[in-house]
Design a protein around this ligand. Structure first.
Ligand code: ZN
Length: 303
């Protein structure tokens, strides 16, 4: 990595690791993976410190490596404002050096990593990783930073070998990337609410292995289904796929309907994982107000 100073090299290693985590975990990176940090020159560099906020590992001298936030309880709230980038509050006055660090990164045009907590600690703590992002400005009166995606224009990004192998997404318009980000956070929010309502188990088979659980839409997005819990089901990956392909249905009376043609004769495993549940009741959320909409179930049953 000729021509890059040590700060830039560490920053690139951080971005490469962030990309790896995203590829592996999608928008549900477990906190422990982030807390592990990454390796640089045989030393461990941290991504985060205790608590939320701005973090600079001791190996960096140009500024912080991450900013971290919690997904607003309502998707419509901050930090997503129409059109603009993400807004990020200044650190409190006692940590003015963190604010100075972000301002320096803005002036240098150097990238950092935005971590959004999409599942709270009580649910195992998961993050969506947005990287690279850039500090594009700040407002001393409101004490907020403006953070955005933008085309890679800094030397750091143009030269970085970690970036060279990145797909074309970095060349996509920042406005489009904001739309994409909204969609990602929207899904993460939906997933969190649904899995919480279903107490982190498949509503059909009660599997509780978290990496294998999804929040399924009853009426799909594209058909006008909304992202409310009532239009969702907590399903394992197997039953999610079966549901989406119409092999397994949930009737409006909350019983499971498995198409007999879905199971090849003599396939014992399919019999145990699919046919076994035919006619059974699904496991419903404790809160009746969160039960799946019978109307939505009826709508797809007759689709
Ligand atoms: Zn299942």
């Amino acid at each position: 990595m000729i021509g890059l100073d040590r700060n830039e090299q560490i920053r690139l290693a951080a971005l490469a690791r962030a990309e790896e985590l995203r590829r592996q975990w999608d928008d549900r990176v477990p906190a422990r993976e982030i807390e592990r940090g990454f390796d640089f020159g045989g030393h461990r560099v941290r991504f985060v410190g205790p608590g939320m906020g701005i973090f600079k590992p001791r190996q960096l001298t140009d500024g912080p490596i991450t900013v971290r936030t919690q997904l607003a309880s309502s998707y419509d709230d901050e930090p997503l404002e129409a059109g603009a980038g993400l807004r990020y509050d200044f650190a409190p006055p006692a940590r003015e050096y963190d604010n100075d660090g972000l301002k320096r990164l803005c002036e240098l045009g150097r990238p950092l990593i935005y971590l959004i907590q999409v599942a709270p600690r009580a649910q195992g703590s998961e993050y969506a990783i947005l990287a690279p992002v850039f500090v594009t400005g700040w407002d001393d009166a409101r004490r907020t930073f403006e953070i955005s995606f933008r085309a890679a224009r800094s030397l750091t990004l143009a030269q970085g070998d970690a970036i060279a192998e990145r797909p074309a997404r970095d060349r996509v318009e920042p406005a489009y990337r904001m739309v994409e980000l909204r969609a990602r956070l929207y899904q993460a929010h939906f997933r969190r609410l649904v899995l919480q309502a279903y107490r982190h188990r498949c509503t059909v088979c009660e599997l509780r292995v978290r990496p294998l659980l999804d929040a399924a839409h009853i009426v799909p997005d594209r058909d006008g289904g909304d992202a409310s819990v009532q239009n969702g089901l907590g399903l394992c990956v197997l039953h999610h796929r079966a549901f989406d392909r119409g092999l397994l249905r949930v009737r409006p009376d909350y019983t499971v309907d498995v198409a007999p043609t879905a199971v090849p004769r003599g396939d014992d495993f399919a019999a145990r994982t699919l046919l076994e549940f035919h006619g059974r009741h699904i496991v419903l959320p404790r809160d009746r107000a969160l039960w799946p909409s019978a109307e939505a179930l009826h709508r797809i049953a007759t689709a």
